[in-house]
Design a protein around this ligand. Structure first.
Ligand SMILES: Cc1cc2nc3c(=O)[nH]c(=O)nc-3n(C[C@H](O)[C@H](O)[C@H](O)COP(=O)(O)OP(=O)(O)OC[C@H]3O[C@@H](n4cnc5c(N)ncnc54)[C@H](O)[C@@H]3O)c2cc1C
Length: 283
């Protein structure tokens, strides 16, 4: 398992990385934690001519409270998200999902920017950032633009990120629903990738569901917000029966992945089970 030979450049800043991407053209790829890119290079599924390493850029490794939102640098590792007090308090679903990624080695190197740029349909974060209603910030030679999480995942392995852009920041609103959020997953026992990952952010008022956002990872070709579950519970009194009725809607009308490990039917059933567990946990 030896990759094809490639040129290596270490970027000194985000703007340096953007100019290197332009300079080296189509064959260039950003290298962050390397925990998705390097395995695909070893399998020769990816054969970049040049790697532009942003892994050491401290300007991308931060988590800060901006009042209305938490700003997370693309270079923040899974471990940084798992162990941050701020994220545990204001977006617990994100720290819980970070703590369940792969193993300790993967969590120490892999980054949130790498996961979202790679856009593996079976990664943990996509469903979480949909449920948390996040915004993704990207930078290219034309400047900065923001993309709502709902518009970011455009298809299987496809995102709204352009080839010559770098994902620089993820913004998580600091609202009541995000502070009362959780992430539960049914993992592949070896890699820990989710067969089903369910993130829920929900605010309550007087025992009823005031606001709810539900995101699924691993279930479909892309992560998705589940409006069936959301509409069934929004405004309803929270009880065992309302939660059971809402979770029975999980993945309804959606095309669901099937593989040698987990059939479509079983994955759909597990989506309902994990939705029910997540909703019950927050009620
Ligand atoms: C054994 C193992 C188990 C794993 N288990 C899980 C799991 O349970 N759940 C899970 O979600 N993931 C899992 N992963 C994947 C892991 O989370 C990776 O860290 C992650 O998918 C990629 O992050 P990275 O920083 O390593 O990115 P890299 O591998 O460096 O890059 C991935 C892709 O994103 C691009 N890229 C990276 N950063 C940026 C950026 N800022 N802007 C633009 N493009 C960028 C690269 O060019 C590349 O195409 C596992 C990986 C391994 C090896």
């Amino acid at each position: 398992m030896i990759p094809e030979s490639f040129d290596y450049q270490r970027a000194s800043s985000v703007s340096d990385a953007i100019s290197l991407l332009h300079q080296h053209g189509e064959g260039a790829k950003i290298l962050a934690g390397g925990h998705s890119l390097v395995p695909t290079m070893k399998l020769r599924l990816s054969t970049p001519a040049t790697l532009i390493d942003i892994g050491d850029l401290t300007e991308l490794k931060y988590i800060s409270d901006k009042g209305d939102y938490l700003a997370i640098g693309a270079g923040a590792t899974h471990w940084m998200l798992e162990s941050s007090d701020l994220i545990q308090q204001k977006a617990p679903a994100l720290s819980q999902s970070a703590g369940q990624v792969g193993d300790v080695q993967v969590r120490n190197r892999g980054t949130i920017g790498g996961v979202l740029a790679h856009s593996d349909p079976q990664a943990d974060y996509p469903g979480v950032i949909l449920a948390l209603n996040a915004t993704i910030v990207v930078q290219g030679s034309g400047g900065e633009r923001t993309i709502a999480a709902a518009d970011y995942f455009t298809g299987l392995w496809e995102t709204a990120l352009e080839e010559t852009e770098i994902l620089t920041e993820v913004r998580i609103p600091t609202d009541n629903a995000n502070a009362n959020s959780c992430y539960l997953k049914f993992p592949q026992p070896a890699s820990r990738y989710p067969y089903v990952g369910c993130a829920v952010a929900m605010s309550t008022a007087g025992g009823s569901c005031a606001e709810i956002r539900v995101g699924f990872s691993g279930v479909g070709e892309t992560a998705f917000r589940d409006s069936g579950v959301e509409n069934a519970l929004q405004g309803q009194a929270l009880s065992e029966s309302s939660i059971a009725a809402a979770s029975a809607k999980a993945a309804e009308g959606r095309s669901v992945l099937s593989d040698v490990f987990v059939s479509e039917e079983y994955r759909r059933a597990m989506a309902q089970v994990y939705a029910k567990r997540a909703l019950s946990q927050l009620s």
